[in-house]
Design a binder for this molecule. Structure first.
Ligand code: DC
Length: 233
């Protein structure tokens, strides 16, 4: 077995800025440990997609009241997809994994994730999913709000230009037509909104370890993780 410590299953919280590669990192860590990986950003994106597709957005403006009134109608679940080695997200039984990462959803998701009632519901779901431990959960408030007692907290960051370039290539590869400029603006705006929102703003938990992966390869990130994990008591 690669790891001997800690013997018990733990909760690993991975928070940080948009497009830092949190999900890729968290997914690889989960695979290494045989843990469940949960992408909480996908949950906020799924609610945003529901809002767009169900009349809660008019002329690009979110109708908060309407969305909050619809929350009881939104059922989110994850189902493991062996091809991806991770779970796909479903809304009311519909596979939406392929629709939640468009620039349209990205431009609205900060408004949706700033709504208290939305956060309350999703946080409760996330706490339930991590109750048995053995999870790697990535998001913005995992180490501060969802699992303030997580045994390991990692806070990821990288220069906005580096992050924009990564996201740009990802979207190009998927065939989406976007400009670099549009992406860098979206990232800067989301950084600002995530950090300045009134409820659960993005911030590093006092006991989180910082990983600036700007100049790092995935192998180097995993080497970094191995050292951190091996040093856990
Ligand atoms: O990680 P991501 O870019 O897919 O997340 C999408 C948005 O959801 C992001 O702009 C902030 C929000 N989010 C949040 O507020 N809390 C989380 N735990 C995860 C994401």
């Amino acid at each position: 077995m690669r790891y001997s410590k800690p013997n018990r299953k733990i909760v690993i919280a991975v928070d940080g800025f948009s497009s830092c590669g949190k999900s890729t990192f968290a997914k690889m860590v989960a695979a290494r440990l045989g843990y469940i990986f949960i992408d909480t950003g996908a949950m906020y994106r799924a609610v945003t997609l529901y809002a767009i597709e169900n009349g809660c957005v008019e002329n690009g403006i979110l109708n908060e009241e309407r969305l909050v009134a619809s929350l009881d109608d939104i059922r989110i679940d994850f189902r493991f997809n062996p091809d991806r080695g991770a779970s796909d997200i479903y809304v009311n039984g519909q596979w939406v994994e392929g629709k939640i990462r468009t620039i349209t959803v990205s431009n609205l998701v900060s408004s949706v994730s700033a709504i208290g009632q939305v956060r309350e519901r999703l946080v409760a779901m996330q706490q339930e999913m991590g109750r048995e431990k053995g999870v790697v959960m990535d998001g913005r408030d995992i180490g501060t709000v969802v699992f303030p007692n997580a045994e390991l907290k990692i806070f990821m960051t990288a220069d906005p230009e580096v992050r924009a370039e990564r996201r740009y290539r990802e979207l190009l590869a998927k065939g989406e037509e976007v400009s670099r400029q549009e992406i860098i603006e979206n990232i800067r705006q989301r950084d600002h909104l995530d950090q300045s929102r009134a409820i659960s703003p993005l911030r590093k938990a006092d006991d989180a370890i910082v990983l600036d992966n700007g100049g790092m390869s995935l192998e180097e990130e995993m080497e970094w993780f191995d050292k951190v994990f091996d040093s856990l008591a």
